[in-house]
Write a protein that binds this ligand. Structure first.
Ligand SMILES: Nc1ncnc2c1ncn2[C@@H]1O[C@H](COP(=O)(O)OP(=O)(O)OP(=O)(O)O)[C@@H](O)[C@H]1O
Ligand SMILES: [Mg+2]
Length: 349
């Protein structure tokens, strides 16, 4: 029944073998008479292991078997999205078509399995991301709205109160702006829209620049800042602005989360062909269970505290993206109550 189109068997097998989608054909008894390599992979069988088996023994799903029977009974074409069993994590788009003989009689069916697991996972991640963003935008907006309403309700008359509320509104608006800026830079790095302008960068210089910018913030909290480097360190090959952003985000965290009077130490050293930069603080440290999640977007160990400090939870996600877009790696070590070390590697120029 498969050869009447004039295409020879070898050619057809070559075509089927090259397909990414799993394809199999069954006869009227739902016995498998042909299957390609992709189908064998989907069902974890050895080469040739599918032919001769009854479809229902292979795929437990009643729904799929019911649809296959319908195609065999009626000749109708069916598209569906399905899992092969309730335990399976993979999601497939399944296409079932009838195979007709010369007299338009149904002789069997072809099933094509297209794996859409990644696409579904991506959809889920995207909707989680949208939910997170909306939540993050709503929090400052709710505060702004609340204070504006209180002002309109009469607090405007009280000059002192008025100033206090407007200061809060100002802070929340700044936070919204920062959140949107962070989201935009994250998406620009992710979409590779922003091309890296690589050039040799002397890490200690880049660090000094950032320490100068953040110095006043550290001084306000009486934090001692130090840099420890090795002599004769070679430059790294990196995008200057982006490296600046990585350093700002890490040093800003160290300053922000370390209590007054603490220390922040930035170290740079060479390790083979890489330059390792790390920022150590004497802050509160991070619980072990949070360590693997720190670089996720919007993840904060202590939501309330981070928000109070103006955090959006995107800083470390941006750090990770930038470093990885340079082919480097990020790391974190921390002991609760003692402090944390965040760091990253970049390639020597
Ligand atoms: N040096 C540190 N010490 C203790 N906790 C830290 C440190 N750095 C980061 N964290 C924790 O990791 C979380 C995520 O950090 P991240 O920089 O991504 O976000 P954020 O600082 O809250 O906000 P922002 O987007 O403004 O940087 C923080 O909320 C904080 O709980
Ligand atoms: Mg931060």
């Amino acid at each position: 029944m498969w050869n009447d189109g004039g295409i020879d068997k070898n050619k057809m097998e070559a075509i089927l073998a090259s397909m990414v989608d799993g394809v199999m054909a069954v006869d009227m008894e739902r016995k498998i008479i042909l299957a390609n390599k992709a189908a064998e992979n989907i069902f974890h069988t050895t080469p040739g292991g599918l032919v001769g088996r009854v479809f229902a023994d292979l795929v437990e799903s009643r729904e799929i078997n019911y649809m296959l029977q319908e195609v065999l009974d009626t000749g109708r074409e069916i598209f569906t999205e399905t899992r092969l069993s309730c335990y399976s994590l993979s999601v497939f788009r399944l296409h079932i078509v009838a195979v007709f003989g010369t007299k338009q009689d149904i002789q069997g069916a072809v099933l094509a399995f297209h794996d859409i697991t990644d696409a579904r996972k991506f959809d889920q991640m995207r909707s989680e991301f949208v939910a997170n963003v909306s939540h993050e935008l709503r929090t400052p907006l709710t505060a702004i709205k609340g204070f504006v309403e209180t002002l309109l309700d009469g607090a405007l008359e009280d000059k002192l109160l008025c100033r206090r509320f407007l200061t809060i509104i100002d802070g929340e608006t700044n936070r919204l702006t920062r959140l949107i800026d962070d989201l935009l830079s994250l998406s620009a790095i992710e979409s590779k829209e922003r091309r890296l302008t690589l050039k040799p960068i002397h890490m200690p210089n880049a660090i000094l620049q950032v320490v100068n910018i953040l110095g006043p913030q550290a001084a306000e909290k009486s934090l001692r800042m130090e840099m420890i480097t090795q002599p004769g360190l070679p430059p790294v090959n990196a995008d200057e602005d982006l490296v600046g952003q990585v350093l700002i985000n890490l040093i800003d965290n160290a300053i922000k989360y370390t209590p007054d009077g603490g220390r922040v130490i930035v170290r740079v050293k060479r390790q083979g062909d890489r330059i390792i930069t790390s920022v150590t603080d004497t802050g509160p440290g991070i619980p072990e269970e949070s360590l693997p999640r720190l670089f996720e977007r919007f993840y904060r160990v202590d939501k309330a505290r981070s928000r109070e400090l103006g955090g959006t939870g995107l800083g470390l996600a941006i750090v990770k993206h930038i470093v990885e877009s340079h082919g480097g790696e990020v790391f974190v070590e921390s002991t609760l109550g003692k402090g944390s070390t965040f760091g990253f590697s970049l390639w020597v120029a």
